[in-house]
Write a protein that binds this ligand. Structure first.
Ligand code: MLT
Length: 233
């Protein structure tokens, strides 16, 4: 269990890596793919996103993401999963750049088995971990390089589900996430409401995003990050 800026490539080689940014990048990616987006390409910088978009026809591409949690000037979509509806994203390639989530994904690319987790797809991720039967590293994107409650609750939810599927050993931070989730599993918002990032996006008016992103198991897909692109596996 790592936060992404502390992860070394050596730690990830040969491991199954689950990248989590519940509020909101990995929830956006999951929702876009459920709604028929062809693929999501995570990139670290705005300039890189714009340059990459020039390689596509205008009608096959959408630029999405945020800086300081708000939409980037000139982009098609913000980082609100509610904007990634079927009528908007179906058949499209999405180039996404966010402050922490897309960077955490790029950081994970030294593993060839990277999946995208959030509260929306807890059970599917746990089932994937069971099937793969490898050592697992959970990377929590966090916020501005710091620990974020929403991500650790999601890690705990995945570990909780996994425990129903098979016995496993875990480090202390994973155990802490497990017990934190267990204490709040009937209403994860009871603890998540104290989080810095959640409060920030609430203040910006994204209350419906918080409600959406904290719904457990709304979807049953496993988005997989392979060769720089996220698709349903
Ligand atoms: C991030 O990647 O930092 C977050 O998804 C930010 C946000 O919620 O807009």
């Amino acid at each position: 269990y790592e936060t992404y800026n502390a992860v070394s490539d050596k730690t990830l080689k040969g491991k199954l890596v689950v990248v989590i940014d519940t509020l909101r990048a990995t929830s956006v990616i999951t929702t876009a793919l459920v709604n028929g987006s062809k693929e999501v390409i995570p990139v670290a910088d705005i300039e890189e996103a714009v340059n990459l978009s020039c390689n596509f026809d205008k009608d096959e591409i959408l630029l999405g993401g945020e800086r300081n949690a708000v939409k980037i000037d000139g982009f098609d979509l913000s980082n609100s999963p509610l904007e990634y509806s079927k009528d908007v994203v179906e058949g499209k390639t999405i180039i996404l750049t966010t402050t922490n989530g897309t960077r955490a994904l790029k950081k994970a690319s030294s593993s060839d088995d990277v999946v995208v987790g959030c509260l929306l797809n807890v059970s599917s991720i746990a089932e994937y971990i069971q099937r793969e039967d490898k050592d697992v590293v959970i990377i929590c994107a966090g916020t501005e390089g710091k620990f974020s409650i929403d991500d650790i609750i999601t890690a705990g939810a995945i570990l909780h589900k996994l425990k129903e599927l098979k016995p496993y050993e875990s480090d202390d931070l994973s155990k802490a996430s497990y017990f934190l989730y267990e204490s709040f599993k009937d209403n994860v918002l009871d603890i998540m409401k104290y989080g810095y990032h959640l409060n920030r996006i609430e203040k910006l008016g994204y209350h419906d995003d918080v409600k959406f992103c904290t719904t457990i198991d709304m979807f049953s897909i496993v988005p997989k990050y392979i060769n720089g692109v996220v698709k349903i596996c």
